[in-house]
Write a protein that binds this ligand. Structure first.
Ligand SMILES: C[S@@+](CC[C@H](N)C(=O)[O-])C[C@H]1O[C@@H](n2cnc3c(N)ncnc32)[C@H](O)[C@@H]1O
Length: 210
């Protein structure tokens, strides 16, 4: 179902246009450029951006790129970053099918997959951001030792993803079944807060490229 565009969406996006990369493929291989940052991380499917904004605040010498296909939600992410006056975060509004169009080999140090859509039907398995077709791309654009940080509330999707990780050549360095069991851990995303407040466990896996 197509989502209705939010009122005033274009003018809200325009106000934050300085944070938006319109042609991300043109930055391939030179994202860090004059940023003064020493590494580049990506959140793929950033939604309303709570995670990326908090992470960028916490690590000002890391450049965060946040990609999101839905303009209705990325606008909130950009407004949050603008309100914080952040200089180390950039956004791109697009559907990512092939990350290698946007990042050169070994350009990224980390990729965050926070509560990606699980696409339960096998018909859409290739859209899962932990499917083999995406993992092959992550392996190309991550530097050696680079990591993918994956969180979800969905146990069947988590277990499917672990299986994909095992087949992919990445090393699983963390596999936590109830991340916040003993109290909140790390930076929350918008979805994470919602699920955590409803009492659902959060699953987190970190994988590393050799
Ligand atoms: C369930 S939401 C989670 C949002 C956010 N990461 C959080 O945890 O609050 C997943 C988001 O990923 C975006 N998304 C899914 N597949 C994508 C793709 N291939 N390229 C860009 N965005 C994508 C969706 O539009 C949606 O906003």
């Amino acid at each position: 179902m197509r989502m209705k565009r939010k009122p005033h969406l274009d003018s809200r996006i325009e106000k934050c246009a300085f944070l938006m990369v319109k042609q991300p493929a043109e930055l391939r291989g030179r994202w860090l450029g004059e940023s003064g940052c020493h590494e580049l991380r990506l959140e793929l499917g950033c939604g309303k951006g709570r995670f990326t904004v908090e992470a960028a605040k916490a690590e000002p010498d890391v450049l965060f790129a946040a990609f999101e296909k839905t303009q209705n939600v990325i606008v909130t992410a950009m407004e949050r970053a603008a309100a914080e006056g952040l200089k180390n975060v950039v956004f791109a509004s697009l559907y990512v099918n092939d990350l290698t169009e946007y990042f050169a080999r070994c350009e990224l140090s980390r990729i965050y997959l926070n509560f990606p859509d699980p696409w339960p039907s096998n018909k859409y398995a290739r859209r899962r951001l932990t499917a083999a077709n995406y993992l092959e791309q992550y392996s190309l654009v991550l530097r050696p030792g680079g990591e993918v940080h994956f969180k979800t509330d969905n146990l069947p999707f988590y277990e499917y993803s672990l299986g994909q990780f095992e087949l992919s050549g990445f090393e699983i360095i963390e596999d936590i079944r109830d991340l916040h069991k003993n109290g909140p851990v790390g930076i929350f995303t918008d979805y994470e807060e919602k699920f955590h407040n409803q009492g659902f466990p959060v699953y987190r896996c970190v994988i590393s490229k050799d």
